[in-house]
Design a protein around this ligand. Structure first.
Ligand code: DAH
Length: 339
């Protein structure tokens, strides 16, 4: 029996030394140490031994088992290390290889300038509010002092959904919604899309963008309007910009005005860009009509306000010398990639 144990030890150690992968190692462990393994088989015969032999053989069997276990764990470590090294070798990454190129999206030119305009007004303490594009006739016209038979309706070629619902023709309805929901002081701008059934050409699009502005508080005057809008223009076009206000008419403001900026190309002399005028109109504005305040349950005896509205496309076209409004909506990458 002693010889058999020595024999097992030698063959096991020899086999383990030559074992070349973890799977075989496990097979060997089962073969020698498993329940039905060679060593276990021998130990089962211990009962046949004499009382003197038993402890001697027992001790030897334990030594053999310990030796085989030790060899297995040493070999296991080696094989695992080898496997890791092979893997590292095989999966080597060349960090100097050039990366995959992918295109990064850009902001649309309308969004770029819209963001800039929002920043300017946020800096002056205005909130930015949103309103629906499918709007009730009441908010788009009626509450803004444009009753059903008012000629102003004709100038705003309206897309009607039904008698009471329109695609908003202006961002001014957001003024009404804001005043209905909030008590003064109010200081807000509302940018967004508006719709008019204009035929598409180089300067007209049935969908375009406006930015509405509204300030309501005690003692708001025309000079607040002028100061605010002049400061806005100087932030957008530069400190040396010159503006002028011309009397105008809007149903929802009284008095009303249009604001022009002196042409930055010819400085007032008249050129192709300003169509010989020397000035470029950029927005409509005025003091909120008392009737409009009343429609929103704001007492015109206690509060006053000013409002303004400007088209975004024209501002952006001038900024980037774009001569056709359709470019904004064609999604031609050759155009969009320039911004
Ligand atoms: N809603 C006007 C338009 O579409 C622009 C406008 C003019 C808005 C004067 C205003 C304003 O708030 O006070 O032509």
């Amino acid at each position: 029996m002693k010889n058999m144990l020595e024999q097992i030890k030698h063959t096991a150690v020899d086999a383990l030394e030559h074992c070349s992968n973890l799977k075989f190692l496990e097979d060997l462990r089962v073969q020698y140490l498993g329940k039905k393994g060679e060593l276990t088989q021998i130990l089962k015969q211990m009962g046949k031994l004499s009382a003197e032999e038993r402890p001697v053989i027992g001790q030897l069997a334990n030594e053999v088992r310990a030796k085989i276990e030790e060899e297995i764990s040493v070999r296991m470590k080696q094989l695992k290390e080898e496997k890791l090294q092979n893997q590292l070798q095989a999966e080597k990454i060349d960090v100097t290889m050039p990366g995959k190129k992918f295109d990064i999206g850009k902001k649309h030119p309308l969004t770029l300038v819209m963001d800039e305009i929002k920043e300017i007004f946020l800096g002056m303490g205005f909130d930015v509010v949103d309103g629906p594009e499918v709007e009730l006739d009441y908010y788009n016209f009626e509450a803004l002092n444009i009753p059903k038979d008012h000629p102003a309706r004709d100038t705003q070629d309206t897309f009607y959904i039904n008698d009471n619902v329109v695609l908003r023709t202006q961002t001014s309805p957001v003024q009404i919604r804001t005043m209905e929901q909030k008590k003064p002081p109010i200081r807000m701008i509302s940018p967004g899309r508006v719709y008019r059934s204009d035929a598409l050409d180089a300067t007209h699009s049935p969908v375009f963008h406006q930015i509405e502005g509204l300030v309501v508080d005690k003692n708001v005057t025309m000079s607040d309007l002028k100061g605010t809008l002049e400061m806005f223009v100087k932030s957008l076009y530069g400190e040396d910009s010159v503006v002028r206000f011309r009397p105008h008419h809007f149903p929802f403001t009284e008095p009303s005005a249009e604001m022009d900026v002196m042409c930055f190309n010819c400085h007032g002399k008249g050129c192709r860009i300003c169509k010989g005028e020397g000035w470029i109109e950029i927005l409509g504005a005025g003091m909120v009509h008392p009737k409009v305040l009343q429609n929103c349950n704001i007492d015109p005896e206690e509060y006053s306000g000013f409002a303004f509205g400007m088209g975004l496309e024209r501002v952006v076209m001038r900024r980037f010398a774009i001569d056709d409004i359709r470019m904004f909506f064609d999604n031609d990458m050759r155009f969009l990639n320039q911004f």
